[in-house]
Design a protein around this ligand. Structure first.
Ligand SMILES: [Zn+2]
Length: 462
């Protein structure tokens, strides 16, 4: 059996982080009493006019820029006509032929995924189906969304999830969207096809109702299997909407998909073309911080492992601190260890990069031990004192003086004659034991390297 190639494209709907809805002043909030945040505009009453939310436009532009898209100075809202109880106007205002941004790309696991378009649109209301009736909550009606559409550049369910996770991180880190899946702020509809013929795409189906990354992986894997089975048994794939059941892990064909002509799109007569000027676009561009994915690549180049680079780059606070300390003392790997082992476990508190750098330097110079360094760090968070003050007050200066250390070591030898004998018989692991004992006796102030050196000197005498 020849290998089937899987091709996936994804549409993501992300809720923009605005205070109010896209075309009216109703508040956007989660969990409020049903139908409490509504007005004549978002209820679609006759005779009302939409007024565009500037913040939503700004966030859509920001999304386009972070995804390396071209931002169009002129875009046009259109009516997408269909009837559904959750759409009181009988049409959805969206951008169709002239979206605000097109032609972007992002890197996912080393592969470039092309972003076809990013456009603005309004959310529909929420239908709640109960046993004998259906209810509608119009609080969601008119919430601003962006739709982000990829080209079919994704080749596996795992890569689909990797893309979604990166996209979610980008939207969150730039405060474009809260992108919480459980709150329907980040929803995806992958389309998928399989084909054996090189360079030719199969008929695609579109998977709906996915509300977790797990559901994405499972539904896409199930759909690949379903399509291959159909093709292998001589059938053909119908372009359809596919539903996925979290319970059974299976996908099934729900209905044949509408063509775009079914929606009879036409330009929204109540809104003029959306025109944004170059200066505003540039202003938004300059407000965009560095992306976690870019930071990660940079940290790997500095010598961090991919895993460490990922953890630090995903946390804006830790990355900022890491980079500030790096400017002061260099040594990225050592700094990353302190951030990952000590700083993050303290809950990433507010701390001065200068003081943090000074503490790392004191450890590197052998003035204080590593353990003492960790203690200084904790104390810096609590008291805001400088490392120098803390080291002095707590008497943490490391003992590196060999005469002093030898004295302590001999005391330990005397206290542990059994272990000493085993050491003499060549049991190497006891070196660690004696270093530990000396550390204990000096309350962590002994320089462990010097103690090890003294023990091996001592060993040579036997
Ligand atoms: Zn409203």
């Amino acid at each position: 059996m020849a290998e089937y190639k899987t091709t996936i494209g994804i549409e993501v709907h992300a809720q923009l982080k605005t205070d109010t809805k896209l075309f009216c002043g109703c508040p956007v909030s989660f969990g409020d009493e049903a139908n409490s945040n509504v007005c004549s505009v978002c209820l679609g009453l006759p005779g009302v006019l939409p007024a565009l939310n500037k913040k939503a436009v700004e966030l859509a532009i920001k999304a386009g820029l972070t995804l390396n898209c071209e931002i169009h100075e002129k875009s046009i809202f259109a009516r997408k006509n269909y009837f559904y109880p959750d759409l009181p106007k009988g049409y959805q205002i969206t951008q169709y032929r002239f979206p605000i941004a097109t032609g972007g790309r992002i890197l996912v696991e080393g592969k470039e995924i092309r972003i076809k378009r990013v456009h603005l649109e309004e959310e529909s209301a929420k239908s709640i189906h109960e046993e004998n009736r259906s209810l509608i909550d119009y609080n969601r009606s008119g919430i601003p969304l962006i739709e982000i559409v990829t080209e079919p550049d994704i080749n596996s369910p795992d890569m689909a999830v990797a893309y979604l996770k990166i996209l979610q991180k980008i939207l969150q880190s730039q405060s474009i969207s809260g992108a919480v899946m459980a709150r329907a702020e980040f929803r995806c509809e992958p389309n998928i096809s399989v084909s054996k013929e090189e360079g030719k795409l199969g008929t695609r189906t579109e998977v709906k109702n996915l509300n977790s990354f797990k559901a994405v992986t499972k539904s896409l894997s199930s759909e690949v299997k379903r399509q291959i089975e159909i093709l292998e048994s001589g059938g053909s794939i119908t372009q359809a909407t596919i539903h996925y059941s979290e319970e059974t892990g299976k996908t099934w064909e729900a209905r044949t998909k509408e063509e775009s002509s079914d929606y009879r799109y036409f330009p929204e007569p109540d809104l003029p073309p959306l025109v944004v000027d170059k200066e505003w676009i540039e202003e938004i561009r300059s407000s965009i911080g560095e992306l976690p994915t870019e930071r990660k690549e940079k940290y790997i180049e500095l010598g961090l492992t991919a895993e460490d680079a990922k953890i630090i780059s995903n946390s804006p606070g830790s990355s900022r601190l890491f980079e500030e300390i790096l400017k002061i003392i260099g040594d990225p790997v050592e700094i990353s260890k302190w951030i990952l082992r000590d700083y993050m476990s303290l809950g990433q508190p507010d701390i001065s990069a200068e003081n943090f750098a000074e503490m790392i330097k004191m450890v590197a110079d052998g003035e204080i031990s590593r353990n003492a360094g960790a203690e200084v760090l904790k104390e810096m968070v609590e008291s805001k004192k400088t490392p120098e003050q803390i080291v002095k007050e707590k008497n943490l200066i490391q003992i590196s003086d060999s005469t002093t250390l030898e004295k302590v070591l001999l005391e330990v030898f005397e206290e542990c004659p059994g272990e000493l004998n085993r050491l003499k018989e060549g049991e190497k692991k006891l070196i660690g034991f004696f270093v530990g004992q000396v550390m204990k006796k000096t309350k962590g102030k002994a320089d462990p390297k010097e103690v090890s050196r003294l023990i091996s000197e001592y060993e040579k005498k036997y």
